[in-house]
Design a protein around this ligand. Structure first.
Ligand SMILES: Cc1cc2nc3c(=O)[nH]c(=O)nc-3n(C[C@H](O)[C@H](O)[C@H](O)COP(=O)(O)O)c2cc1C
Ligand code: SF4
Length: 486
């Protein structure tokens, strides 16, 4: 992962640990409404992909146990990981693109409700993504993947050569000469792996996205409701299709790119279709970027404008993230795909303990506060969730007190200690296992390995009935904790 050149080391801290009475009186542990949905407290576990679905995208026992473990810590809400709206093969990522997924997802929603004693609300994040290929072996690229064009022939002076001869010739060219012959997208396909963009208007399925996506998102949202989820989060963040429509880099010329009004059009149409499918009495919101954190991308001004549009359209909540783009991702190794959390924008999304002077904690707060203030100035009360580097009560409470947000998301802190909020509310916050922001978990995610936390995955491996990761060396969920235990 990209690291800021300053490389200043930061340490998480417990901050002020409230007594039980203080916690009961706090903003963090007070209720809040997401439109029709009441949360008992303002703690929120944002979406995290743990790579535990089966190859066909179904809920597995490991998926159930992962969410059950978070639910035992009784947060206000858990958002289930990015779940694909299409019925296409996508490896061990959850899917909701067909009715056959509903039964497993129902078990998942029931598990969270049961394990939290009915305390935690469970939402599901639904996602669309375009195709990305692994970085190819150069030889394979020239012999199989590259489409030989007239442009290549002209530049090589090879008008009469057979296609095979052109391929052979290209495969033997040194890098400097190749840079002259391949265009930017061909070079990217060779060096990173081919990646589709929402601006690839020559591809019929990309051109048709505005016609196709509202129906796909709506059907997925309806399935989520049928499965017993309490709400749906439309994934409009990071490197995926909907975020790419919102991006300032989106220059589509069909009314869905260019100006802010055009870039927000499809996200609003998707929302409207999903709303029609689930009705007014079901929580529906989105996650979007407070800042893309890339050159030429959408910044806070754009995000503020989008946030007001989403709130005005009637979304029940808005959750912010930042960065996480392909645009500045590092070159992957041959045989691997680019990963959108390896560049500077990836750092902004999941900052780690070696940081610049600002540090990894609360990098998303100021931008989120700006968005929320604009929503309030427009006379709208839509609750806003802010996530990024939050790991203690004091910090979360201060964000709420200042009006930066209405709900506080903690992803890695909840992974490090799924009981952190429960311990805090019970006056035992001194026992919280603090996330160290090493990004070991994110490294596993990058390799598509089952995600665990280094602070607990080697503990008590002899615990009876415990499930281990595929490598046989790591437990898959945090050890149990019970109130009063040391
Ligand atoms: C292993 C892992 C998987 C993640 N998967 C998702 C995801 O599916 N959808 C999403 O919006 N964000 C995802 N994120 C980003 C988190 O939701 C969160 O925004 C980010 O980790 C920063 O918050 P934190 O500092 O509280 O961890 C993931 C993060 C991690 C560590
Ligand atoms: S592995 Fe654990 S301690 Fe390290 S960043 Fe992830 S959650 Fe935090």
């Amino acid at each position: 992962m990209w690291k800021p050149p300053q490389r200043i080391r930061f340490h998480p801290a417990h901050g002020h640990v409230p007594t039980r009475a203080e916690a009961a009186d706090s903003r963090l542990f007070s209720p809040v409404r997401l439109g029709p949905l009441a949360l008992a407290q303002r703690t929120w576990v944002p979406a995290m992909v743990p790579w535990r679905a089966d190859e066909d995208g179904f809920v597995t026992e490991d998926v159930l146990q992962w969410y059950e473990r978070f639910a035992r810590g009784r947060p206000g809400a858990i958002v289930v990981e990015a779940t694909g709206i299409r019925d296409v093969a996508s490896g061990p990522l959850l899917r909701i693109g067909h009715d056959r997924y509903v039964a497993g997802l129902r078990e998942l929603a029931d598990t969270v409700h049961r394990a939290s004693g009915g305390h935690t609300r469970v939402l599901i994040q639904i996602i669309d993504f375009l195709s990305i290929r692994r970085r190819p072996e150069p030889d394979k690229f020239f012999r199989r993947f590259l489409r030989v064009t007239e442009r290549h022939r002209q530049l090589l002076g090879a008008a009469s050569w057979s296609e095979e001869a052109v391929r052979e010739h290209l495969a033997a060219l040194p890098a400097a000469a190749l840079a002259e012959v391949l265009d930017a997208r061909e070079r990217e396909a060779l060096q990173f792996g081919a990646r589709e963009r929402v601006t690839d208007m020559d591809l019929p399925h990309v051109r048709e996205l505005p016609r196709v996506l509202p129906g796909l998102f709506a059907a997925a949202a309806a399935r989520a409701r049928e499965a017993g989820f309490d709400g749906v989060e439309l994934h409009y963040a990071h490197a995926y299709t909907m975020a790419s429509f919102l991006s300032a880099t989106n220059c589509r010329d069909d009314g869905y790119g260019g100006s802010r009004e055009n870039r927000v059009r499809l996200p609003l149409e998707v929302y409207a279709a999903a709303r029609r499918a689930v009705g007014e009495d079901f929580a529906l919101g989105c996650r979007f970027l407070a800042d893309e954190c890339i050159d030429g991308g959408s910044g806070v001004d754009d995000a503020t404008w989008f946030g007001v549009e989403f709130a005005r359209a009637g979304m029940d909540f808005l959750s912010t993230s930042r960065g996480g783009k392909f645009d500045d991702a590092k070159q992957p190794g041959v045989g691997s795909a680019a990963y959108p959390y390896t560049g500077r924008s990836g750092y902004e999304c999941m900052p780690q303990y070696l940081s610049d002077a600002f540090g990894p904690f609360g990098r998303n707060v100021a931008a989120t506060a700006t968005i929320r203030a604009a929503i309030r100035a427009a006379g709208l009360g839509t609750p806003v969730v802010c996530t990024g580097g939050v790991h203690n009560f004091e910090m979360a409470e201060a964000m709420l007190a200042r009006g930066d947000c209405d709900i506080v998301g903690t992803a890695r802190q909840s992974l490090a200690d799924p009981d952190w909020a429960l311990k805090t509310v019970l006056g035992q916050g001194g026992q919280v296992r603090l996330c160290e922001y090493t990004n070991y978990c994110e490294g596993l995610d990058q390799k598509h390995k089952q995600v665990t936390c280094q602070l607990w995955d080697r503990l008590d491996l002899d615990e009876p009935g415990i499930r281990l990761a595929n490598d046989g060396k790591r437990r898959l969920v945090a050890p149990p904790w019970s109130p009063g235990a040391a």
